[in-house]
Design a protein around this ligand. Structure first.
Ligand SMILES: *Cc1c(COP(=O)(O)O)cnc(C)c1O
Length: 471
């Protein structure tokens, strides 16, 4: 399997070459040259497999530069009941007639990002050992990504994590999750500033090519193809649980921000999994909902990006969206470049409303969308608690609302549960007047000793800290 860039760069790469990379050299995103096709005989065989073996089968179609036995061992080590809480790994439960929740949030940090990040940690360790190399991961987080990365990389050989976060702005639970890690290869850096300051620092450090090379700086952001690939697996696992045979269509609703999660659903559908509809659920930051309704993709400025009660979906532009648009425009790299380089670069938006390709988004590609507000979120959390005695987190609530709007009787609608409510306790208290129960292993984490340094919002200070801690 070879990988290409959405922007037309002539080079082709293998999986392990792009594993440790971010963007392609021309600024594009990596995609496989073609999506492997899965026929009904294969689906029938896969239906009975435990999650780790299903993951191995799917990953094998995309990874041909890791020996099969090694890849199998990596999958077996990653997807265990010990790490994810159940033998099913992603258990499905029916909420109301035909509407299901797929639990993706029972990993170490209680958000779905663990599903991919845990695999990435093991792949990184494997590949770095093979190369005899080291990697220093530098990131910025407002919560979920940073903690998922730290729990995936803690104690791994060859990897260090330097994670910046805005001082005092994460929830106490999120801070405790990250700062209580005592592993030597994990470095928490609280920046005096806001999340944008953290992101600017990461950009500034990464743009210093000399420093980047000398200290082998890498990232784990959501454009990483391996993360997206890991997420494809749970669409298959959800499908098998929602159906008794492989001729039944199923729809999925996905609380979305950077379009990574739902893009994995698109890939599963392109492989031949019988997905009828993929519903993109957004909050007040509705860049994606606007596109699927109107054909206009209009990125927002920082000042127009709302701070909402489903904060992991607070995005101004969706970094994985380019992958889907590449398929939408028939994999025409010149057309893609016009949209993402010329139009977005010049005017901050592109308009496909009059392009026949746009009709394919809802048609051939099966996309729909929905949008929620804070009031919707609270109403959904209350209603789901009252009618089904089930607590959902604010992001999953955004998904549920959009799912109900798009649900067609007779076609199971699977809503991806992207976090557990305890991570966003303040909104649950606002909706229900009480804190959600917390899993045993997180009792009292706020009182644990914290390992964090405070630095000013200054890239030079962060560089000095990295240099000091890299020997
Ligand atoms: C990251 C995240 C999302 C958004 O996922 P994308 O892949 O960026 O679309 C939604 N909900 C939660 C809880 C998240 O952590």
């Amino acid at each position: 399997m070879n990988y290409l860039s959405t922007r037309g760069h002539p080079d082709r790469k293998r999986f392990c070459e792009i594993l440790l990379e971010g963007l392609a050299p021309d600024g594009g995103l990596y995609l496989p040259e073609a999506y492997p096709q899965v026929d009904t005989a294969t689906l029938a065989k896969w239906r009975a497999l435990p999650y780790a073996e299903l993951a191995f089968e799917i990953l094998s179609l995309y990874i041909d530069d890791i020996p099969a036995a090694d890849l199998k061992a990596i999958c077996a080590k990653t997807y265990t009941a010990e790490v994810f809480g159940t033998d099913e790994i992603v258990p499905l439960r029916e909420l109301e007639d035909g509407v299901y929740l797929e639990a993706l949030s029972n990993g170490p940090t209680l958000a779905f990002k663990d599903m991919a990040m845990q695999l990435l940690g093991n792949l990184f360790e494997y590949e770095l050992a093979r190369r005899g190399a080291e990697l220093n991961i530098l990131g910025a987080t407002s919560g979920d990504t940073g903690s998922a990365a730290e729990y995936a990389m803690r104690g791994k050989k060859g990897v260090r994590v330097f994670m910046t976060s805005p001082d005092g702005r994460m929830s106490p639970f999120q801070q405790a999750q990250m700062f209580s890690l005592q592993d030597e290869n994990i470095h928490n850096i609280a920046i005096t500033g806001v999340f944008d300051d953290c992101q600017d620092i990461v950009k500034a450090v990464s743009n210093d090519l000399g420093f980047k090379r000398k200290y082998r700086i890498g990232t784990v952001n959501s454009i990483n193809w391996a993360r997206l690939l890991a997420q494809v697996v749970y669409y298959f696992a959800g499908y098998f649980q929602a159906t008794a045979s492989n001729d039944k269509p199923v729809s999925f609703t996905v609380p979305s921000g950077n379009f990574g999660n739902v893009c994995a659903g698109h890939v599963a559908r392109m492989m031949g999994l019988p997905i009828q509809t993929l519903v993109v659920a957004t909050n007040e930051n509705d860049v994606l909902d606007e596109f699927f309704r109107t054909g206009v993709y209009r990125v927002r400025a920082a000042v127009d990006t709302h701070e909402t009660s489903s904060p992991s979906m607070d995005i101004s532009k969706a970094s994985n969206f380019e992958r889907f648009v590449f398929d939408l425009v028939g994999r025409d790299a010149a057309k893609l470049r016009k949209l993402f380089v010329d139009d977005l670069g010049l005017q901050g938006s592109f308009d496909l409303s009059a392009d026949p390709a746009f009709k394919q988004a809802a048609g051939r590609f099966g996309f729909r969308s929905g949008r929620s507000t804070h009031a919707d979120r609270l109403a959904t959390i209350r209603d789901t608690d009252k009618r089904f005695a089930t607590l959902v987190d604010p992001h999953t609530a955004d998904g549920l609302k959009a799912a109900r709007e798009q649900h067609v009787p007779g076609v199971p609608m699977v809503v991806l549960e992207t976090a557990l409510p305890i991570k966003f306790a303040a909104t649950l208290v606002e909706a229900l007047g009480a804190e959600p129960a917390r899993p045993k292993k997180f009792e009292g984490i706020e009182a644990l000793p914290k390992r964090v340094v405070k630095l000013p919002a200054d890239a030079e200070a962060v560089k000095a800290y990295i240099a000091e801690n890299c020997d």
